[in-house]
Design a protein around this ligand. Structure first.
Ligand SMILES: Cc1ncc(COP(=O)(O)O)c(C=O)c1O
Length: 562
């Protein structure tokens, strides 16, 4: 007798053959990454039902069911570290306290430094503050006079060292001083910037904007205008700024109907690009080569030790080659968003580094010598904002501060000096230097028996954890106490400037190893055969279900729900 499931399968096949729309829909589904990040609507729905709960002072130290003596060691270590913070960062923390209630951005970043169950207790004890008063070489100094090795890279802006940018800004300001803040007209220095950026990008036309987000918006808008198609394709996990269309999932209050979020480095995506007719452009952030399909690895999502990263240059180059081929074949605009990696991977950016040409490239961050900017370069056929044969059909884009003389001045200094011998020396053997440094640190961590490793894409690093733990996010506080400044995403993203010498780097290694030792000694990486990444994730899910559907639990060893 034929099993009924076969009838259903036959029916489904018939439908797929009969209805091309259904087939296209299935193809699209297959090209989505299986994670929540690959399904933006579902992710938003899930995010909207995750309940708030937090650990009380008892459960905080044994969320992994560690025995009493381990919880006691953790508590002692936590309080010791908190005392160091209170003593060392007093003035910086006090001024931060004065303003935090008025600054929504600060409230957000301080809340989302660690997983939310731990967040309040951590905030109550670790007040490091957000103020810095100076920078020099590869260090920054806070209001209390503490110097830190800077691993924030100023969100990626700082490529050649803060002193380089101070010089760009000072010399650039001097060059445009006579014109001052006149907008609309261009300072003549702008012509040099245009020539240089078109040379670097190998493209035909350019537009200037105030931020990377705006440059991306303009690229996508023009792609839609010229192709007459509605949809943009972005890849799962990739960040392209905070404009709604490129950030369709959690974090965006609206669903984005004209965005497809597809799986990167996957042939199912190529099939979608090859067959659909509604795709205007494909947006690539080459930083994702370090962790394809995974969102920026912030410590607030460090629930277990599942963070993975590995860079394979040959594989990613091959992937970009495939994208190039299908985009050319289908008239889809291929956009490289090099706001982060432009100039960092090589002088001519990701196009040169991966050996693939894009139709449009966005730059930002570092390219204005330390001042705010976004740049779009593109092929002439995609950059025009009007049509010769239909004068009313235009693609509008302006911006009050675009091509601001001071930004253009600092940019011209940046573009001039990146061809100078000292800077070219920094680019020489760039990957060899940074891969060797990563390897050296990993060998030290390994020989010291510490469950921490780094993965890197050139000078962009991420810390991975080798042993299942609920407490990896604590590492950011040990690192700060050891003199390393991280950005609010914590250990997920370390950005080095290229002016780190071997001696500077060796100090950073010492600090990381000693911080990891301290954290290990304080018991945070306690291991047990029952403690696996899977068991941790299951446990957290159970807590969420309890918090959502059961009444508050009284026991001190259970999560307290508020
Ligand atoms: C790849 C990429 N695109 C766009 C942006 C947005 O740039 P901005 O913050 O200047 O708006 C960023 C910022 O981090 C980025 O990394």
């Amino acid at each position: 007798m034929t099993h009924p499931i076969l009838y259903y399968a036959a029916g489904a096949c018939a439908l797929a053959v009969l209805f091309p729309k259904l087939r296209a829909r299935l193809r699209l589904s297959r090209a989505k990454h299986r994670s929540l990040a690959g399904h933006s609507r579902m992710a938003r729905r899930f995010a909207s039902v995750v309940p708030y709960y937090e650990y009380d002072a008892e459960h905080f130290f044994r969320a992994d069911a560690a025995p009493d003596h381990v919880a006691a060691a953790r508590r002692a270590g936590f309080m010791r570290l908190a005392a160091v913070f209170t003593e060392r960062f007093r003035e910086t923390a006090d001024l931060t306290d004065d303003i935090v209630d008025a600054v929504s951005d600060l409230q957000f970043t301080s809340r989302y430094r660690v997983p939310f169950q731990f967040s309040r207790f951590v905030r109550e004890h670790f007040q490091a503050g957000v103020f810095l008063q100076s920078s020099s070489g590869v260090t920054v100094t806070d209001m209390d006079g503490n110097r830190f090795y800077d691993l924030t890279g100023s969100y990626g802006v700082n490529l050649f060292g803060y002193d380089f940018y101070k010089e760009c800004i000072a010399r650039g300001s001097e060059r445009v001083r006579e014109l001052g803040p006149v907008l609309g007209a261009y300072h003549p220095i702008t012509a040099y910037n245009i020539r240089r950026l078109l040379e670097i990008s190998g493209l035909d036309e350019i537009s200037f904007h105030m931020s990377g987000t705006e440059a991306v918006m303009q690229a996508v808008r023009l792609a839609r205008y010229h192709t007459g198609r509605s949809h943009l394709v972005r890849f799962c996990g990739a960040y392209h700024g905070w404009w709604g269309d490129v950030q369709p999932g959690v974090g965006n209050p609206m669903a984005q109907g004209d965005t497809y979020t597809l799986q990167e480095m996957d042939d199912a995506t190529i099939k979608v690009l090859r067959t659909r007719r509604d795709i205007a452009c494909v947006l690539v952030n080459p930083l994702q080569a370090l962790h394809p399909n995974i969102s920026a690895p912030g410590d607030s999502t460090l629930v277990d030790s599942g963070r993975r990263a590995h860079f394979d240059r040959a594989a990613y180059s091959a992937w970009l080659g495939k994208l190039r081929e299908v985009c050319s074949e289908r008239g889809i605009v291929l956009i490289f968003d090099e706001v982060f990696v432009g100039f960092r991977l090589s002088l001519r950016g990701a196009q040169e580094y991966f050996g693939v040409k894009a139709d449009m490239v966005t730059y930002g961050k570092t390219v204005a010598g330390g001042l705010p900017v976004g740049v779009l370069c593109g092929r002439r056929q995609f950059m025009r904002r009007f049509r010769d044969d239909r004068p009313a059909d235009i693609c509008f884009a302006r911006g009050t501060f675009n091509s601001h003389p001071y930004v253009m001045g600092a940019m011209s200094e940046f573009l001039k000096h990146i061809e100078s011998e000292p800077v070219l020396r920094l680019y020489r053997d760039l990957d060899t230097v940074w891969n060797f440094r990563a390897q050296t640190l990993n060998e030290r961590l390994q020989s010291a028996g510490l469950p921490v490793r780094v993965a890197n894409l050139s000078s962009i690093w991420t810390i991975c954890y080798q042993q299942p733990s609920r407490y990896n996010w604590m590492f950011q506080y040990y690192l700060r106490a050891a003199g390393l400044a991280l950005s609010w995403v914590g250990t997920g993203r370390l950005i080095f400037s290229l002016n780190y010498t071997d001696a500077d780097f060796s100090d950073v290694c010492d600090a990381m190893v000693s911080a990891a030792h301290a954290m290990q000694e304080d018991g945070w990486w306690w291991a047990s055969p029952q403690l696996t990444n899977k068991s941790i994730r299951r446990g957290v899910l159970k807590e969420m279900l309890q918090a959502r559907w059961l009444s508050p639990i009284g026991s001190m060893s259970s999560p307290r729900i508020r």
